[in-house]
Design a protein around this ligand. Structure first.
Ligand code: ADP
Length: 489
């Protein structure tokens, strides 16, 4: 097994990876930017290397500095987490030429999956259903107009290199297409450095369902069932659950077989996710994510598999620890992404200092977090505070448990989306499993949040006051002890 791994990431995911390493007896190396010098993951690691200023482009995306840290620390492998360099084929290439093991799939697989147009083509050739759309990038306005007409409005214009819900826009009618193509190309150019866009049919009431895959270099491949990630804002996930409430045994069999086929046709090795949209009984390939997903804990919770340990073992050349017949779903898991953001102000990030922090616990609760009381959430990175996951024997009990855990969660100092999660858990349609990617709008969730936030404010207000009193007490005691000691000197 490896003896030392560098984690080229930050926050909760850096800790998640280091936890697996610690259990495997592997030494851990963190890299950190100026903004993260007091972060928990830096303290957690066995060694830590400074890699530059707060801006990601100069630190977490700065390959020269990261490779310096890899070599200086004598790390044998690098785990990229998610985001940053995790799906960067050039990084993987450089690892190979430097003799460092990249914990993830090959450069070729990442390049193929990184282009949504290429991935669509490959999947279509393999007989996996794709959403009706253009086979190639849009060449000019005329091409866009005729393609959209043929596909039928509404359509969605997407950047081929896109990710994170960025670089895609819905077009309802022909009059908007020219302008949307131009604006999407411009976003794609500036964010992804590639202005290629394509057009897909916009499915009106889809559910986002994805399959977790593990594949090793000995031709073993398994899927670890499904997750549903339909609760989204701006095409970004906020709540995920496993399994999907829409799933039947027959559908899981079919989608699982498609997911395995999708992984095979791109020579997949390591952990990955095949995303689908599901609508009116049909499913369509959406994209492949060639990394560990943010929402991987819920799969771990219902299958008992440690995905990070599997990743490390696969990268070392080992075999997956199970066969498909050994994969069983036990109960139900839900994950809420706890973000420092204001749901009532278009989910704008709310960076700042966490003054008080108490995370939930008790039966069936898992918190993946990288923060602590006194920690300052930086405006330079995403606003994820933690991932709160719960397990219960069935979905209704998981919802009750999540409500209880959200009730226990205390974060004072920054605005969070906890009231949003409470509103969703309390919603009847959610409880009934009637989900679509438009759930938040269709069920007027933000109106519910407004009511809850008001109650929350009074609760948090009184709590903060109590804590302030506490602080005063502590300060007074400290001062008194100090004075006493000074006297004796
Ligand atoms: P990204 O790579 O940026 O995450 P995806 O292609 O995975 O983008 O899509 C993210 C989300 O956008 C989906 O979960 C879904 O809500 C929405 N979406 C994407 N394509 C379509 C489509 N053709 N029809 C309807 N919704 C879509």
């Amino acid at each position: 097994m490896f003896s030392k791994i560098l984690v080229a990431n930050r926050g909760e995911i850096a800790i998640r990876v280091m936890r697996a390493c610690r259990e495997l007896g592997i030494s851990t190396v963190a890299v950190y930017s100026e903004a993260d010098k007091n972060a928990l993951f830096v303290k957690y690691a066995d060694e830590a290397y400074f890699i530059g200023p707060p801006q990601s482009s100069q630190s977490y995306l700065n390959m020269d500095n990261i490779f310096n840290a890899i070599h200086e620390s004598g790390s044998e492998a690098v785990h990229p987490g998610y985001g940053f360099l995790s799906e960067n084929a050039d990084f993987v290439k450089r690892c190979k030429s430097d003799g460092i093991v990249f914990i993830g799939p090959s450069e070729k697989t990442i390049r193929g999956a990184g282009s949504k147009i290429e991935a669509r083509k490959t999947m279509q050739k393999a007989g996996i259903p794709v959403i009706p759309g253009t086979e190639e990038g849009i060449k000019n306005v005329e091409h866009a107009i005729s393609a959209a007409e043929e596909i039928g409005y509404p359509v969605i214009v997407k950047s081929s290199a896109g990710g994170g819900g960025i670089g895609m826009k819905v077009v309802k009618e022909a009059t908007e297409i020219e302008q949307t193509i131009e604006s999407t190309q411009s976003v794609a150019r500036s964010v992804f450095g590639d202005e290629t866009v394509f057009i897909e049919k916009y499915l009106e009431e889809p559910r986002h369902i994805e399959f977790q895959i593990l594949a090793d270099s000995h031709d073993n491949i398994v899927h670890l069932c499904d997750r549903e990630c339909s609760i989204q804002r701006r095409h970004q996930k906020l709540i995920e659950e496993a399994p999907s409430p829409a799933m039947t045994l027959e559908l899981r069999e079919r989608m699982g077989a498609s997911a395995i086929k999708a992984a095979k046709v791109i020579d997949y090795v390591n952990s990955g996710t095949i995303e689908f949209l599901y609508s009116k009984g049909d499913y369509y390939f959406l994209e492949v994510n060639t990394r560990l997903q943010v929402e991987h804990p819920i799969t771990e919770v219902i299958t008992g598999v440690d995905l990070v340990k599997e990743q490390i073992n696969i990268a070392y050349g080992g075999e997956i620890s199970m066969k498909q017949r050994d994969v069983h779903i036990n109960g139900w898991a839900i994950e809420c992404r706890i973000n420092a953001e204001d749901p009532l102000n278009e989910f704008t990030p709310s960076p700042g200092k966490i003054r008080r922090y108490r995370s939930p616990g008790g039966p069936g609760v898992r918190v993946d977090s990288g923060v602590y009381a006194g920690y300052t959430i930086s405006p330079y990175y995403d606003s994820l505070v933690s991932k709160l996951s719960v397990w219960a024997p069935n979905r209704m009990e998981a919802i009750s448990r999540m409500k209880r855990a959200l009730y226990e969660y205390i974060i004072v100092g920054v605005k969070t989306n906890i009231p949003f999660h409470k509103a969703v858990m309390n919603n009847r349609a959610f409880q009934n499993g009637n989900l679509t990617t438009h759930f938040i709008d269709d069920h007027h969730i933000l109106k519910e949040v407004e009511k809850l936030a008001y109650d929350e404010k009074s609760k948090d207000g009184s709590l903060a006051a109590a804590l302030e009193t506490d602080n005063k007490k502590i300060a007074a005691v400290t001062a008194a002890v100090g004075a006493y000691l000074n006297q004796r000197r």
